[in-house]
Design a protein around this ligand. Structure first.
Ligand code: GRG
Length: 293
């Protein structure tokens, strides 16, 4: 199996069903829907829905039941990017190879489109919960927690509070585990929860997501310095511009590279300790360590 072709195929499948969950661009408030749909439609690797669906399949679950959760997770991830790009956060003009939402629709609509995506994700998931029952409710609960005030929002808060100040590796890990790992753990855990996985399995998957997120974030920081802006779809040196602390600024590029590899390998070791396996998921996690975008 060639993991790049598998990833391309899965991205296309996800891009094919996502529009089913888009709000219709109509009514006096249609600009809100246009801004929401634009933000999701313009691109992205779709990793979180891909991981959620593959994890559900790995535990023998039904991908159709998982689909609204996969769509909702991409909405939540996209809202975090839209808000992160706002003038009062990172103030970035390009993302996913296109103008950021606030650059295209104005800062107020950037805020509202993010709000809309976050809330609509919960409308989509709660409707699915009404049909699918307990496992689906557990999946929504996991996603709410990981995206929430003790998860991704906490990570962003600590990240902003330490901007321009010196940080230790411990604080950096605290930030990255929440800002980045949380939604990746949510992807793995929610997919497994829908398929009926037990608590022990969910705990292992949380660890996989934690390690994967640490590796993913450090690779992101490396790419911000050494990557190619056209391939990344966003300008380089955003961290330096925003006086962000990263493993690259803390330990240098070489050490950062070593840490990415080590965390990725540990993530896959954890994944392999489960009673069920997906070669594709393992390969995907390993390939993300060396990603170029
Ligand atoms: C809670 C307002 C608020 C913001 C959340 C997550 C976050 C804070 C900000 C987004 C910027 C950032 C560095 C996030 C960390 C995770 C990360 C590297 C996201 C990019 O994910 P990819 O590469 O993006 O999967 P695509 O565009 O491919 O979906």
């Amino acid at each position: 199996m060639d993991i790049k072709s598998w990833q391309k195929e899965k991205t296309e499948e996800i891009n094919a069903f996502l529009p089913k969950y888009f709000p219709k661009e109509e009514g006096y408030e249609s600009v809100l829907f246009e801004a929401m749909n634009y933000s999701v439609r313009v691109g992205g690797k779709r990793l979180r829905p891909m991981i959620l669906l593959e994890c559900c399949k790995m535990f023998g679950g039904d991908c159709k039941t998982a689909e609204p959760f996969a769509a909702a997770l991409e909405m939540i991830h996209t809202y975090s990017l839209v808000h992160d790009d706002l003038p009062d956060m990172d103030n970035d003009m390009y993302r996913r190879g296109n103008l950021t939402t606030h650059a295209k629709f104005g800062p107020a609509m950037g805020i509202l489109a993010g709000d809309g995506l976050l809330n609509y994700a919960f409308e989509v998931m709660s409707e699915a919960c009404l049909k699918s029952g307990h496992n689906a409710v557990l999946a929504m609960n996991i996603i709410a927690g990981k995206a929430g005030i003790y998860g991704m929002i906490a990570g962003q808060t600590v990240d902003l509070s330490y901007t321009g100040k010196e940080v230790s590796a411990e604080i950096l890990d605290y930030i990255n585990l929440r800002k980045t790992s949380a939604l990746l753990s949510a992807s793995l855990m929610a997919g497994a929860a829908i398929a009926g996985a037990g608590n022990d399995e969910l705990t292992v998957l949380e660890k996989v997501g934690d390690l994967l997120g640490l590796a993913f974030q450090i690779r992101d920081d490396i790419l911000d310095v050494t990557g190619d802006a056209a391939t990344l779809g966003k300008p380089l040196h955003s961290d330096e511009k925003n006086e962000k602390n990263t493993y690259v600024s803390l330990l240098g590029l070489k050490k950062a590279e070593e840490i990415v590899l080590s965390y990725s390998q540990k993530a896959v070791e954890q994944l392999r300790s489960l009673p069920v396996h997906s070669e594709e998921l393992e390969e995907l996690l390993l390939s993300l360590a060396g990603r170029k975008f």
